[in-house]
Write a protein that binds this ligand. Sequence first.
Ligand SMILES: C[S@@+](CC[C@H](N)C(=O)[O-])C[C@H]1O[C@@H](n2cnc3c(N)ncnc32)[C@H](O)[C@@H]1O
Length: 309
Amino acid sequence: MNHSAGGSAPGHRVDVEIRWAANHLSAAGVESPRVDAEWLLADALGVDRGRLLLVDAVPDDVRARFRRAVAQRAERIPLQHITGTAAFGPAELAVGPGVFTPRPETEFLAQWAVAALSGGSVTHVVDLCSGSGALAIAVALLVPSVRVTAVERSPQAVEWLSRNVDEAGADVAGRVSVVRADVTDAELMRELIVPATVDVVVANPPYVPEGSTISPEVTHDPHDAVFGGADGMAVIVPMLPVIAEMLRPGGLVGIEHDETTSVSVLTAMASTGQFVDVRAHDDLTGRPRFATARRADGRACDTRGKMAG
Ligand SMILES: C[S@@+](CC[C@H](N)C(=O)[O-])C[C@H]1O[C@@H](n2cnc3c(N)ncnc32)[C@H](O)[C@@H]1O
């Protein structure tokens, strides 16, 4: 059905529907009610959000679908679970129950990885705790020379991840391999990834300290995807020696973390004695959100990383 400009289709006014939904979502405590209302109406109409203003009118059947979606969102079901997709950089990912919904802040880590890879020839990237494959697929789309290994432990998440890799097209599917494994299992990881061969590791592990207050939307993410033990470090700490082993000398790692655990992550990285140039990276609001380091060249066990603000 064509709902685009032209003609005078009978139905309901787009602006009125959006205003109604935004008010409803605002009353339910949704953080970005107007934007979510627009996404939901665009999804119900089957048009891009940017083309909503070109739509003449909302037919009855679409309006009924839209209102059901608004009711779900008012129950604080994540927008991406209702539409079934999450945008992440250049990637469009299928998401739903059983997999972590990628967050916009992780795009900073993807951008860092892309910059780190620029100018390289064929390189091997490993995405640890890959979830829906957001980082793995975005990096593969943005850097055509890379080969990516995406490692994820949850069987349900691996299903979403494999589907997203397949749906990203033959080129990406040919360069991204999916591995189901526990990233803290050093022996298994050594068998899966040849030591000292990886150029860049990215990881967005579970890192929220257990007991932290979370929004209703976050309860729809798997618990094991969000929480990283009492201090948020339960996966990060045992993952560090695994990363040190897989990276080639001079290879780089970037790890997203909770805004409260920057010092813990930097200290843990530096205290392995296997990383140098340990640095904190802030988000746009000035909060530290990921840490990076370079693999020491193997001789430098006494070369402790220097922390930068
Ligand atoms: C915060 S989510 C990040 C997902 C994805 N990288 C992203 O940025 O959207 C963390 C992911 O790590 C996975 N995970 C948790 N513990 C793990 C472990 N020990 N080994 C491998 N994956 C793990 C979870 O299942 C979840 O998919």
